[in-house]
Ligand binder design. Structure first.
Ligand code: AMP
Ligand code: GLY
Length: 439
């Protein structure tokens, strides 16, 4: 083995905390640092660089050079879209994550949809619009007039997870189109939009490791995106997750590999640049078969907090194989027969307005074997850990059955206290009810 690596992780969420916890276990890790990280990550003995803005590509690259990091894991969408991996590579620093051109698969929905169309990758029908709202409004009126029950309006660019609106009426669709294109609610990201066919079915998230040519899927997951029980309320970054997703049966997984995953990695290589890093497939299992809802060029949050605890093999070896183009399927082993669940504790009001600054108690009590707490919106105030964001933390449990994993995660979450703590109480319930055996 070569010398152990001095590693930096870019990002500050629960997802980064989960990656760090896994990398800590690698015999190939010498030292870990987070840029910027959060107070919960620092509490775990990982130094954080709070003075650096993770969107400042040049400042991050300079710091990585001056601190002599050998390997940098770039996790969030925005730095990837800004070309942080390209800059690090230019500076001679190896990194995990796609270059800017390959990251277009998330940072431009029009690019992603055109790619799928060109390469016959199953996805919702769509039309793309730019240069003002008139044509988009006309198209939408015609869609509803022809009997469509809904359309989905999507800003082309990154919009902090807020760029997608599922519209069940013409009024809603008109408001979404005008908001993006005329009122410029998402800035440049909404100047172009797509209007998509509304798909129905069960959603599955599949994160995968990619080395530019080979794609190896991880355990599947089911996110719970809405703020409230029963999938009601506003769309959020994700309120909880289970893995594996019991609806993602082995024959569906095989079909996805053949019709979606492999063709996607080939298409990106041809049309943009080889995709190296984690490619996230957001899928809808429709009556016509699995279709792509979205691609993300990064690990999902909170999918990562449910999926990585099930990974048996060494994460750092897999990541460096992605970077070096030497990934093989046998490097990636997940626990057989085990399930995991993670539940997010948020600040009341999230994803809209919420208060912060409340003391968080009970973190020690909630950790245990097969149970982890991953911090996100937390900071230190006079030496006390307090809330500082919408999604504050999540508790993740692994067990022999999904039911036990869910119980474990909620058991851990109960012991954590902070004012205005809120969470969904039905994570994994729908999956349990259907009682299908896991893939
Ligand atoms: P995103 O912000 O891209 O993660 O999308 C948010 C959510 O919108 C997805 O998880 C789906 O629940 C929903 N969604 C996006 N596109 C479609 C579609 N074409 N049909 C139905 N639902 C969709
Ligand atoms: N949980 C969805 C995402 O990371 O985009």
């Amino acid at each position: 083995m070569k010398n152990p690596l001095n590693i930096a992780i870019i990002g500050s969420g629960g997802r980064e905390h989960a990656i760090i916890k896994k990398l800590k276990k690698s015999p190939k890790t010498a030292r870990l640092t987070a840029i910027p990280g959060n107070a919960g990550i620092e509490r775990d003995g990982v130094p954080c660089h709070f003075d650096i803005d993770p969107l400042d590509v040049s400042a991050v690259t300079k710091r990585c050079k001056s601190e002599k990091f050998d390997y940098v894991v770039v996790t969030p969408d925005n730095p990837l879209a800004l070309g942080m991996v390209d800059e690090l590579n230019k500076a001679g620093i190896r990194s995990f994550g796609p270059e800017r051109k390959a990251a277009l698969i998330e940072s431009s929905k029009i690019f992603a949809k055109d790619l799928m169309k060109e390469y016959n990758i199953p996805t919702a029908d769509y039309a793309a619009f730019s240069n003002g709202s008139a044509d988009a409004l006309k198209y939408t009126r015609e869609s509803f007039a022809s009997g469509k029950e809904a359309v989905v309006v999507k800003a082309d660019g990154l919009a902090l997870g807020k760029g997608v609106t599922v519209c069940f009426s013409l009024e809603e669709a008109e408001a979404a189109i005008r908001g993006a294109m005329d009122k410029k609610l998402f800035g440049k990201s909404g100047e172009s939009i797509i209007i998509e066919e509304y798909l129905t079915g069960t959603e599955v998230s599949v994160l995968s490791f990619c080395d530019g040519s080979t794609v190896v899927p991880m355990a599947s997951a089911m996110d719970h995106k809405r703020a409230l029980n029963g999938d009601a309320g506003a769309n959020t970054g994700g309120m909880g997750c289970i893995a594996p997703n019991p609806f993602y049966l082995p024959e569906i997984a095989d079909l996805c590999k053949e019709k979606i995953f492999d063709p996607t990695i080939e298409a990106v290589k041809k049309e943009a640049a080889p995709f190296k890093g984690c490619l996230y497939f957001g899928l809808m299992l429709t009556e016509e078969g699995p279709k792509v809802i979205e691609y993300n060029c990064r690990f999902g949050d909170p999918e990562t907090q449910a999926v990585l605890p099930l990974l048996e093999s060494d994460l750092l070896s897999i990541m460096t194989a992605c970077t070096d183009g030497t990934l093989t399927a046998d490097m990636v082993r997940f626990m057989k027969g085990a399930s995991s669940a993670c539940v997010v504790a948020a600040s009341k009001g999230y994803p809209a307005k919420y208060e912060t600054g409340f003391q968080i108690k009970g973190l020690e009590a909630s950790a245990g074997e097969n149970l982890d707490v991953y911090c996100a919106g937390v900071e230190l105030e006079d030496g006390v850990l307090v809330t500082s964001g919408g999604r504050v933390l999540c508790v993740s449990a692994v067990a022999d059955s999904l039911e036990q994993a869910i119980r474990g995660a909620y058991g851990g979450l109960e012991k954590i206290e902070f004012e205005n703590k809120c969470f969904r109480t039905d994570i994994g319930e729908q999956a349990l009810k259907r009682g299908i055996s896991a893939a």
